[in-house]
Write a protein that binds this ligand. Sequence first.
Ligand code: GLU
Length: 606
Amino acid sequence: MRRILFSVSAALCLGLGPGCATSSALKPDARQPPASTATGRGGAAATVDVRATSAAIQVLRSGGNAVDAAVAAASVLGVTDPYSCGIGGGGFMVVYLAADQRVVTLDHRETAPQALERSRLYEKGAPLPFGEFVTSGLSVGVPGSLMGWSEALRLYGSRSLADVLQPAIHVAEQGFEVDATFVAQTRHNVERFRDFTSSAALFLGPDGQPWPVGSTFKNPGLARTYRLVSEGGVPVFYRGELAQAIVDTVTRPPLVPGAWRKVRPGVMRLDDLERYEALVRPPVTSTYRGYTLYGMGGPGSGGVTLALTLNLLEAQEPASVSRTAFLHRYLEASRLAFADRNAFLGDPAFVSVPEAGLLSRDYAAQRRSALSVARASTTTAAPGNPLPFQGEGSTAAPLSEVARPSAEETVPDKETTHITTSDAAGNLVAYTCTIEGEGGNGMVVPGYGFLLNNELTDFDLPASVDAPHPNAPAPGKRPRSSMSPLLVFKDGAPVLALGSPGGSTIITTVGQTLVNHLDFGMPIDQALAAPRVSQRNSPDNKSQAEPAFIASPEATALAAMGHGFTNVGQIGALTAIRFHPDGTVTAAAEPTRRGGGSAMVVEPVK
Ligand code: GLU
């Protein structure tokens, strides 16, 4: 997002706690000019924003671990990338704990309020119009970010929340230089922000326009919020004054007097916040050509969908066919995997997901028969039947109860963000966090400086209110997510950590980057920069793609096999860390998408 020089001088008082006066400037590292790739030792970080990456690196330099660094980066992104992520949202974190040689995941996904009966999202028998659902109190899930950060630090970190929030507090107070990406993101939201007193006051100038490029953007409200949390801990947010402010905003949206917008109030109550939990879950584990992959399970769909795609692809050795033939199989595998994703995956607390069946190699072998190696499919793929592959003691629901393919979104989301960190001890974090759409639900919590999410729009609303669907809304349920933070190992040693924003294209962005890197042998920075294509079993059978992919010789060759492409502009903004056999790592962020990201290491090597 930002590779600009930054004028921020952020205090970092790690170990000293809140209120410390000592400051070490959060300045660009003279040895590391802003860049999207960095190689070295001692720990690394890659994010969409140079300030967030710098905060992570300074945490690592001061002795913090990869988890501390990831939370520091996330809290800075809440300031500098507020339309993508923050404490009004949630996320998925995958962590490798080197000392235990163990991978864990932390689900801090937003959750539907207890009073959110499905019928509230229907009017006159039809689902609410999507646009009205997004900008409403009804789309707001109980935010999980802060609980996720707190639990990550408590369980796996080495610093307190108060410590790691210090860089973000300073950036929020001192401000940062607005760049073209920030202006563009604000502009996309101008109409909505104008309709809410709190959002207009924070994100628009007195003329009702975005703050211009080069101006200094400060967020004293968010600085205050972070300070409150530093002093009072997580209870301030989930039980205290912030909980009340969130409930007030959701139930009485802060509309500008006279605004025409129809904004439905939500039904969140204080006890929804009080009961919120971040959940430690085992990763979804799969293998691909000798690599072991650890991804996110339910309510995430990324781990299973990626594993199934790769299981379908694994039968084909990349070296034995042309690059086009291999890409064709990858796209068709992704089409089938998305048919299954859409039919079966949802919050496992509410849905009997046939995960073992979907991950089984025998299922993939059978499912592969639906894949033509010669031609692109001319029809939308139907889901397979993984139930016979579930194994003993399966509790998965019968196919008739769960399999209702859902329509896939047609335009990829542009928001969310991904943070990748590692440390000298070998710990590793892949962390994707979000407020869902660009600008979330458009409402800033008055006085507290953060936007609320619209994550509940990730639920599916089938045409009729009682139609079964694994991802239909229900009180206390978490909407299915595509966020796909992923760790890749070989022979027990880390190889790669990665993830991306981009709605359901996240899964294909991570998948294509794996194919580029593991199968086509591209260095990680090239693998993540390469033009993207995304096949998600769309109703028109086409793949979405970036213009550069559509213009490529591969696309021409694929078109001859029956593939069609829809130009959707940019897809994703991936960050990754690649581990090398000599003990060095390469941190890599997008060079251009979203204005380019920032990668740094603790000790650069030439
Ligand atoms: N809310 C989406 C999800 O959890 C991510 C949104 C995005 O990446 O744009 O799948």
